[in-house]
Design a protein around this ligand. Structure first.
Ligand code: UT7
Length: 354
């Protein structure tokens, strides 16, 4: 039996920070509302395109795995925000990395894109089609945001993470997953103006209207993630006590707390970083996983449960077994191009283009 071990990990968060107080300079909102309703304090705003963020995260993951770009046989780019629709973003990551042996695909399942990407790449390794892959979860939502809509503008941020997978004889990596979609509810989280359906309308691409029924999404998120977790638990027969760490999608601290209670998970086993980044959509779960490794929360051989949900409404849960190594084999000095603007300055330039 071939497994798909996770042997490298890296993240790339753009340096510009947008605080709750920054948002209150142009929206009828305040730090108290955002913090108490969501758990978010600040988020990052990117000064570069999503494939550039992703290439840096991927280079860091490659270094952590002790591999070179030539070793990569597949790049799966999970996102909802592509710097170009054609050619795809994965091909730009390939070019920026110099990973010329890699096949390249984009996967879009909204916030679960990185996790669906993980399933895709792991399955291709397990069936023997490839021996290695980079899986990316990345998002530059700021450029597509409806910045005048306080219902959504306060919730999102930009970021990227990547993991390196390689074939292994040891039982590690994705042990089981459950993926699904409640398509009948797809209209409760939709972004109008973002696709060919709107191409005949007189609005520039990127000028969006977010249709977002927060409370419905909240309930369906909890239902979808708990259903996916229960299926994974049933499938593997694992005891909930045997799960060492839970790394959930971070859309709202109250969603995570409700899920934690519903599944009777000990809160101290749940990794949370929402206060620093908000919801980075496809990047969220993988950035959280990378930070859990960096902060020593992932220990050798530990078992990790990763529930997620997103527009569609897609939902997923993955049960991972980590390998024996939690330290990177090497590091790279690769960095993003320098940024001179604050998060608020970048957002204001998107809101009021020159
Ligand atoms: O990853 C997928 C994407 N994210 C999600 O799916 C998020 C899921 N939903 C949620 O996280 C929560 O439903 C929200 C954070 C979006 C909203 O929290 P809520 O507790 O459900 O608030 P609400 O929608 O019931 O709104 C309560 C009040 C309303 O005012 P009234 O009608 O009571 O006077 C809103 O107009 O809060 C108002 N409000 C705000 N006030 C200050 C809504 N947004 C804001 C804001 N600042 N940013």
């Amino acid at each position: 039996m071939i497994y798909a071990a996770i042997t490298g990990w890296g993240k790339c968060l753009p340096p510009a920070v947008l605080t709750n107080d920054d948002l209150a300079t142009f929206l009828d909102t305040d730090d108290e509302w955002i913090t108490s309703r969501t758990g978010m304090k600040e988020r990052r705003i990117s000064h570069v395109e999503v494939s550039e963020l992703s290439a840096v995260a991927a280079a860091r993951a490659l270094a952590a795995a002790g591999k070179t770009a030539a070793d990569v046989q597949l790049i799966v780019f999970g996102s909802t925000t592509f710097d170009e629709m054609c050619p795809n973003a994965a091909s730009n990551v390939q070019r920026l990395l110099g990973a010329s042996n890699a096949a390249c695909m984009d996967v879009n399942t909204a916030c679960t894109s990185g996790m669906y990407g993980l399933s895709t790449a792991a399955a291709m390794i397990k069936c023997g089609a490839i021996r290695s892959a980079i899986v990316i979860g990345a998002e530059v939502v700021s450029k597509m945001m409806e910045w005048s809509n306080r219902n959504v503008a306060v919730l999102f941020g930009d970021g990227a993470a990547a993991i390196y997978l390689e074939a292994s004889d040891r039982e590690e990596g994705v042990i089981a997953e459950s993926l699904g979609c409640s398509g009948e509810s797809r209209d409760i989280l939709s972004v109008q103006g973002w696709g060919t359906k709107y191409a005949d309308k007189k609005r520039p691409f990127g000028n969006t209207t977010w249709q977002f029924l927060g409370q419905d999404i909240f309930k369906k998120a909890v239902a979808g993630m708990s259903r996916a977790c229960e299926r994974v638990i049933d499938k593997t027969g694992i005891n909930i006590e045997a799960i060492d760490l839970v790394v959930p999608h971070q859309a709202n601290l109250r969603i995570i707390d409700t899920l934690t209670k519903k599944l009777k998970l000990p809160p101290e086993k749940v990794f949370i970083n929402i206060e620093r980044y908000g919801n980075m959509s496809a990047a969220t779960a993988l950035v959280a996983l990378v930070e859990a490794v960096e902060e020593g929360r992932v220990t050798p051989g530990c078992t990790i449960l990763m529930p997620a949900f997103g527009g569609g409404l897609t939902w997923s849960a993955h049960l991972l077994k980590w390998g024996l190594r939690t330290q990177p084999l090497a590091q790279t000095d690769i960095e993003l191009p320098p940024n001179t603007r604050t998060g608020l300055e970048i957002v204001n330039s998107i809101r009021n283009p020159a």
